[in-house]
Design a protein around this ligand. Structure first.
Ligand code: FAD
Length: 469
């Protein structure tokens, strides 16, 4: 029988466990491999996937279709509104193609898990086999537990056990499968199916899609910047980080491929003093997915720390809007929001700064910030975004303690000391000297607004609101 592989956020052909397994079964049993991707625009809307994310997924699926074609595999693109309709659509295609088995990779989100359970059930009813493999995490969530067999809730002890497990399993990469003989037609993939009415040329130029671009970036990063990452990663004016997040989010590159390149560049030293911080970032990426797997409430709009449900968030629609639009009057916050709007990406240090400003100084519910980020980001990733927001809002696992509130002005002085980043994104402030550039301006200055909030006072109000819990 033939094999059907279902691509979701693993849009590549190298180091792809499901693709490798499907090709091996097909070879042993004399069948062909087919591939499917399902567009679910209404579901994506419910998950706040914005234009930048959908456009990047669209372009990544195009690149995948081309690569699969070179391997002799047809990519079928289906379209249903919601996850709940996937089972019907995928099983129907599998039966039409004469497939005996459907193969995919496990996902951690709640809706994704419900979808996959339904697909499994429907497959069983139709006598179709299923195979679910692990791919997205470097270490599967069951393999990192405390001595008592429970999941970790704090990153540092998690990371220790995670690293042991990773060293034991290794980071070997699977090769690209062999070409299947036979002619394959080019898939028809319309922008419409991704809910896109027009091109987003700026994003295509900044973030070219596809596996080969992802590898180019990985090679450049490990060669040129990895060994300085520890010193440079917190300075938003420098290009100190890898820029791989959109590619990891759609799976155009695997975390194993990143870890493999990291280990080679680190000369096989798992504790390399100059590069180990970057492996830790991949650890954080695993950790937030791990939390989502073991504590599904975080993926159902709930805080990890349950008592924070009672927190008295302010409705503050005008403040929220000013934050979204980068008109808060706090230079670093506004510059960061402009970076987000112009590039679909924001530096990690600034994601923390703007998230803390929204949830602490403005005391606006982290879920509103989480949704807004998802609507704007090209690298939107449910677990990383949710984890980052809950960390900043002090509602999450191993979150910032509620009384530790970043002051965006001191963050600015420390991480953008010469104001280079602010000058780039807020040219209206470019003429100010290195001292003035970081400070809120007491009154409207040209187009630049006065601060919408008193930093000291609002910080204390947030601390009081948390202490009241
Ligand atoms: P590098 O510094 O080169 O790191 C390499 C990779 O490690 C990243 O590509 C990413 O996959 C992973 N990573 C790094 N830091 C983290 C982290 N703190 N948590 C989880 N994974 C991490 N990351 C996303 O990929 N998608 C999101 O939607 C997202 N939302 C965030 C929201 C908030 C409020 C915060 C504080 C962080 C968020 N992050 C998110 C994490 C982090 O900011 C980005 O992964 C990083 O800035 C991407 O740039 P890079 O690829 O150059 O990272």
């Amino acid at each position: 029988p033939n094999q059907l592989i279902w691509f979701r956020n693993d849009l590549r052909v190298t180091d792809h466990p499901a693709l490798t397994a499907a090709c091996q079964s097909a070879m042993a049993e004399g069948g062909r491999v087919h591939a499917v991707f399902v567009c679910t625009t209404q579901q994506w809307q419910r998950h706040d996937w914005g234009v930048n994310k959908r456009d990047f997924v669209y372009r990544s699926v195009l690149a995948l279709g081309q690569q699969l074609r070179e391997l002799g595999i047809t990519l079928h693109v289906l379209q249903v509104p919601l996850f709940s309709q996937c089972a019907e659509a995928v099983v129907k295609l599998a039966l039409e193609l004469g497939a005996g088995k459907v193969v995919w990779h496990r996902e951690v989100g709640w809706d994704e898990r419900q979808r996959d359970l339904a697909v499994r059930k429907r497959c069983t009813q139709e006598n179709l086999a299923t195979e679910v493999l692990d791919d997205r995490l470097l270490v599967p969530p069951e393999s990192v537990l405390t001595g008592g067999g429970t999941p970790f809730k704090v990153f540092t002890p998690y990371k220790r056990r995670w690293l042991e497990a990773l060293k034991a399993s290794g980071v070997a990469n699977l090769p690209k499968p062999r070409v299947q003989p036979g002619k394959v037609n080019a898939p028809t993939i319309s922008r419409d199916a991704f809910g896109l009415s027009e091109d987003v040329p700026a994003m295509a130029a900044l973030w070219p899609a596809g596996e080969s671009e992802a590898h180019k970036r990985l090679v450049r990063f490990t060669r040129e910047r990895l060994m300085q990452y520890g010193e440079q990663r917190d300075f938003p004016a420098l290009e100190g980080t890898s820029g791989l997040s959109p590619y990891l989010a759609v799976g155009a590159i695997s975390a194993r491929q990143c870890a493999h390149a990291w280990l080679l560049a680190s000369e096989g030293d798992w504790h390399h003093p100059r590069s180990d911080v970057w492996l830790s970032e991949l650890g954080w990426r695993d950790f937030y997915q791990y939390i989502m797997w073991h504590f599904p409430r975080v993926s159902r709009n709930q805080p990890f720390v349950e008592k924070t449900r009672q927190l008295a968030w302010r409705s503050a629609d005008e403040d929220f809007l000013a934050w979204c639009q980068g008109r808060t009057g706090i230079p670093l916050v506004d510059a960061a929001m402009r970076q987000l709007h112009a590039t679909g990406w924001m530096h990690n240090r600034l994601r923390m700064v703007v998230a803390m400003f929204l949830t602490k100084n403005l005391l606006v519910d982290w879920r509103r910030g989480e949704a807004y980020f998802m609507q704007q980001l090209v690298d939107g990733d449910f677990a990383a975004n949710n984890g980052g927001w809950q960390w900043s809002a002090s509602t999450g696992t191993d979150a910032a303690p509620y009384f530790r509130v970043f002051n965006p002005v001191s963050q600015s002085q420390r991480f953008d000391p010469e104001g280079q980043f602010i000058r780039h994104w807020l040219p209206e402030l470019a003429h100010l000297d290195n001292k003035q550039i970081h400070l809120p301006k007491p009154a409207l200055r040209g187009d630049y607004p006065a601060p919408i909030v008193d930093l000291k006072l609002s910080r204390q109000q947030a601390i009081d609101a948390f202490a009241a819990l």
